[in-house]
Design a protein around this ligand. Sequence first.
Ligand code: SF4
Length: 470
Amino acid sequence: MAATAAPATMFEKIWRTHVVVDRPDGYTLLYVDRHLIHDGSYFAFQRLKGRGLKLRRPDLSFGTPDHYMPTDTRRKEDIANPDSKRMVTGLAINGAETGVTVFDIGDRRNGIVHVVGPEQGITQPGITLVCGDSHTSTHGAMGCLAFGIGQSEVMHVMATQCVWQKKPKTMRVDIDGALGFGVTGKDVILAIIAKIGAAGGTGHVLEYAGSGIRALSMEGRLTICNMSIEAGGRAGMIAPDDATYEYLAGKPYAPKGADWDTAMARWKALPTDSGATFDTEITLSGPSIAPMVTFGTSPEDAVPVTDAVPDPSTAADAVKREGLAQALRYMGVKPGTPITDIRIDRVFIGSCTNSRIEDLRAAAAVAKGRKAVVPSWIVPGSGIIKEQAEAEGLDKIFKDAGFEWRETGCSMCLGTNGEIGRPEERIASTSNRNFVGRQGKGVRTHLVSPAMAAAAAVTGHFADVRKLMA
Ligand code: SF4
């Protein structure tokens, strides 16, 4: 009798079909199915050229300038910073020289690299995907193994289409039960990180599962996987299902016809087998998750909007007490302050975490018929999302409500394009990092969902979006 294969996790299934060679020191050479490139990869192209090497598989590499392009213009000649201009213009030039497809500025397909991949159908279940950006974990929402790599690894992938990796452990995060009204993927991931801590997933690939995840749209799933890295995870993933296949069908780079049928047979075998074990398992109750707001300088510093800023004296140990006290000093918030009493100076709705069409719809539903009382930006994740939003009249809703409707790009998520806040400015942001100085020197970043950001924009302080939408 033939031996039955042991139950395997989705991660294990993808990993073992991509192993080129295992090294005795514990490193594995993995084959890379897709390589995404952005304007920050300029120097990797230079180094490749400098060593006289060619791109091994330009047909599996796709580029889009996003980090360095300002979002008030689509003209590269308007980029004031000469280094930024070189990075942005360099990508199209490098793409033309090497045969890499580049969705350049002015192309409607241009956008943030982690929005463009799934949107174009480049990201598919079962593949390995890498990019020189830590939020590459986003793509795992499509049922693939996707992780960020450093710039020297970018060059290695360009030259070999392979990457050396140490095999991570696995963690299953179960969201048990449907989410409540006004609660989104962003709130789920902030609740997870608040529970396990910013280092809770270190050395693991996180697989999100359970009825709370299955009920989410692809946009919500992409948001959750995007922030896996903020929990210390190497990658995040969600098993493909009908929502994945519906999202992918008809996308430009998705398989077509008979190839689609063949791919479907493969994809349907990907989900974790019953009986497969994870190194770590945690469960959160879906219905008990509320809209979340961060109060400190780590994504783990998150509480429900109905709570107050915690008192550092209640922290578990002296190191945590001092860290939290320092974070509150930087953020200019006092222990015990109700979250809804925190006034804000500015709103940023965008980034690879929350700039997709569902995010813009959620923000517009709150903004409709109201007025922003602080400067508020909407930065769509791609030209296609911008077009779609305009076709649905969302831009008009935002403009009528006094929001600024901008071009696509990373923008204030990181500010490498020059779009940053002022020292001590308090920003309600839909991005993924609230680190010290992330949005500019001295800037105070609070992470929220798009609907919560819009609620803050129209009230001038954090507000429970469920009350505004009731
Ligand atoms: S939006 Fe922010 S996190 Fe995402 S790719 Fe751009 S800079 Fe990185």
